[in-house]
Design a protein around this ligand. Structure first.
Ligand code: MG
Length: 292
């Protein structure tokens, strides 16, 4: 199933996208307020079946899709250097990286999350080097700590797409951590919806790409990940509880801007399209200017 959040008739709702229409979960009297509450409540499989059968159908052109999980319980976890060719291009550009022995984990501020069609807003007084990174996102369904890789997939609700927008000038000025350069407001577009694990099946071997103004910048496969999804979940949950609605960004393939010759960065008016096979397309325009 495709589980989406959306604005409809001036209110925020969520539901299931199928067969050219959307089922509005909030038309049911006992509906959780949002996708996060659906996961917190538990037993989401049977509730989603009910939504797809009993909830009111709505035409997709009446809704505006919003980010599926706008307020996760923790800052999203992200992986650095998890695709082989991206590791090589980053090593050549920075002359310092080597193959990680375990997943490199960092986080992005939850306050940086925006949705599909939202603007990536760049304040030129803060950064002049804004880069793109398309990523597969894992959405957690079930609480767990010290999750072994063999059972990790049971904790996955589904998958969506992120653009791990990165201010490279801030990132590389901060030795040893990337939080500031990765967490500016609007720097974490996520969407357009979540494709559930039972629908997507194996999330390896999916084409993953990013275009700027229609020009292909990144094109890879999720099978190029250095650490697999079960290994990522085992690592992220070591001594740390993952909770329903937590988000994990699994790294980006090669083709980012800062490793290009000459380096490329996003500019005012650029239109960025992040796409993953069998999940969908996440589109955002860049706006350079001081925040109102
Ligand atoms: Mg990234």
């Amino acid at each position: 199933m495709r589980v989406a959040a959306f604005a409809l008739d001036g209110r925020q709702s969520w539901g299931v996208v199928a067969y050219g229409e959307i089922r509005d979960a909030c038309s049911l009297p006992d509906a959780p307020a949002n996708i996060l509450q659906l996961l917190v409540r538990g037993n989401h499989e049977s509730y989603l079946r009910r939504v797809s059968e009993d909830a009111r159908p709505v035409s997709p052109n009446r809704v505006r899709f919003t980010t599926p999980v706008s307020a996760p319980p923790s800052d999203p976890i992200a992986l650095g250097l998890n695709y082989r060719k991206h590791l090589v291009e980053a090593a050549q550009a920075t002359k310092q990286e080597s193959r990680p022995k375990r997943p490199i984990l960092f986080s992005k501020a939850a306050s940086s999350i925006v949705g599909p069609d939202d603007v990536i807003r760049v304040d030129p007084a803060v950064t002049g080097q804004v880069d793109w990174e398309v990523e597969l996102v894992i959405v957690i369904s079930k609480e767990g700590r010290d999750i072994p890789a063999a059972h990790a997939i049971d904790h996955v609700f589904g998958y969506t797409i992120a653009n791990d927008v990165s201010a490279r000038d801030l990132q590389f000025a901060d030795a040893g951590q990337w939080y500031r350069g990765k967490s500016l407001d609007t720097f974490c577009p996520i969407g357009p919806w979540i494709v559930t694990r039972d629908e997507l099946g194996d999330a390896s071997g999916l084409a993953i790409s990013l275009k700027v103004n229609g020009v292909e910048k990144q094109l890879g496969s999720t099978s190029e990940m250095i650490f697999s999804i079960p290994e990522i979940l085992e690592s992220c949950s070591q001594g740390r509880t993952l909770r329903p609605g937590d988000l994990i960004l699994t790294g980006t393939p090669d083709g980012v801007g800062f490793t290009r010759t000459p380096p490329e960065f996003l500019a005012d008016g650029d239109f960025v399209t992040a796409e993953i096979e069998r999940i969908g397309r996440l589109e955002n325009r860049v706006l350079v200017g001081r925040f109102p």
